[in-house]
Ligand binder design. Structure first.
Ligand code: ASP
Ligand code: MG
Length: 264
C-alpha cells in the first residue's frame, strides 16, 4: 500500500480538488492500493483558530467567519457533487456546522477556549474536507470511504499537540486496513484520547497522520503532496528568499567540480 497525503493548498478550491482526483483515478485504475490522508481546505484551520479566539474574547464577529466557513464547505460540495451525492453530504455538513456554531456560542458565553475545546473546534476542518472528498470520489465510481481518524489514532490528553499511543494506534490501523476494500479517505491532523475526547497532533499534523500507517502496515511509500512545484531550499514562510532546487526537468548549468581537470 502507498499513503498519499494532500495538504490544504492542494485542496484550496474545487478545481484543485478535481486535480487531486485526477491524480488518484489513473493510479487506482492501474490497480495501486492506496490510502489518502487529507488536510482541511487551505486556510480553514487558521479561520477556526480565529473563530475560537474571537468568541473567547467576547467578539461576536466570530459569527461572520463561522458563516463563511459553512458557506465555503457547502459551496465546494455543490460545485463537486451531483444532487444524489449532495443529498448525503449536505445534511452531514449542516450537522457539523450546527455543532460548531453551538460550540462557539458556548465559548463566547463562558469566555474561555481551553486547548481541549480548541481541538474540538479545529477538528471540523478535516472532518468536512475528508467527507466531501470521499463522496466526490464515490461519484466518480471509486469505492471510497470516509475514515475519521479519531476512531483509530489514539493519543494522550496533551491537547493541541497530542502524543500518539503507538501500540493502540498501530493495532487499530492494522484492523481497519486488513478489513477494508474501499479506498480510505482519512482525516489528517485529528485523533482522540482513549476516552474518546478529540485531540490534534499539532499544526501541520496531517503529515504525521500520513506517516503513522508506515510502521504497522505493509506500506511501500508515503507521498506527501503539496501544491508547491519542486523542492525548496528552505521553508518559504521563514525564508522568503528560498529558491527551488533543480530537478531533472529543470536542468541548471553545472559548475565544474573543483578538482576536475582543467580543460584548456
Ligand atoms: N489543517 C491542519 C493545519 O492547518 C493540519 C495540516 O494541514 O496538516 O495545521
Ligand atoms: Mg500542511
Amino acid at each position: 500500500m502507498k499513503v498519499l497525503k494532500f495538504g490544504g493548498s492542494s485542496l484550496a478550491t474545487p478545481e484543485r480538488i478535481r486535480a487531486v482526483m485526477d491524480i488518484l483515478r489513473p493510479r487506482l485504475e492501474a490497480g495501486e492500493r492506496l490510502a489518502v490522508v487529507v488536510s482541511a481546505f487551505g486556510g480553514v484551520t487558521d479561520s477556526l483558530v480565529q473563530m475560537g479566539r474571537l468568541a473567547e474574547a467576547g467578539d461576536r464577529s466570530y459569527e461572520q467567519i463561522a458563516h463563511s466557513f459553512s458557506q465555503r464547505h457547502l459551496d465546494t460540495a455543490r460545485e463537486l457533487l451531483d444532487e444524489t451525492h449532495l443529498d448525503i453530504v449536505r445534511p452531514q455538513l449542516e450537522k457539523n456546522h450546527d455543532i460548531l456554531r453551538n460550540l462557539l456560542y458556548g465559548v463566547f458565553l463562558v469566555r474561555e477556549a481551553s486547548p481541549r475545546t480548541m481541538d474540538y473546534i479545529l477538528s471540523f476542518g478535516e472532518r468536512n474536507s475528508a467527507f466531501i472528498i470521499a463522496h466526490a470520489l464515490q461519484q466518480l465510481g471509486i469505492p471510497a470511504a470516509y475514515l475519521d481518524a479519531r476512531s483509530c489514532i489514539k493519543t494522550d490528553a496533551s491537547f493541541g499537540a497530542a502524543m500518539v499511543n503507538a501500540g493502540t494506534t498501530y493495532a487499530n490501523l492494522r484492523d481497519v486496513f486488513s478489513q477494508c476494500v474501499d479506498l480510505q479517505i482519512v482525516t489528517g491532523f485529528i485523533a482522540s484520547t482513549q476516552r474518546g475526547l478529540t485531540t490534534t497532533l499539532g499544526r501541520g499534523g496531517s503529515d504525521y497522520t500520513a506517516a503513522l500507517p508506515g510502521a504497522p502496515l505493509d506500506t511501500e511509500a508515503i507521498e506527501i503532496r503539496t501544491a508547491v512545484a519542486g523542492v525548496l531550499t528552505a521553508n518559504p514562510h521563514s525564508l522568503p528568499n528560498a529558491s527551488t532546487t533543480p530537478t531533472p526537468t529543470q536542468p541548471t548549468r553545472q559548475e565544474p567540480h573543483p578538482f576536475a581537470p582543467k580543460v584548456t
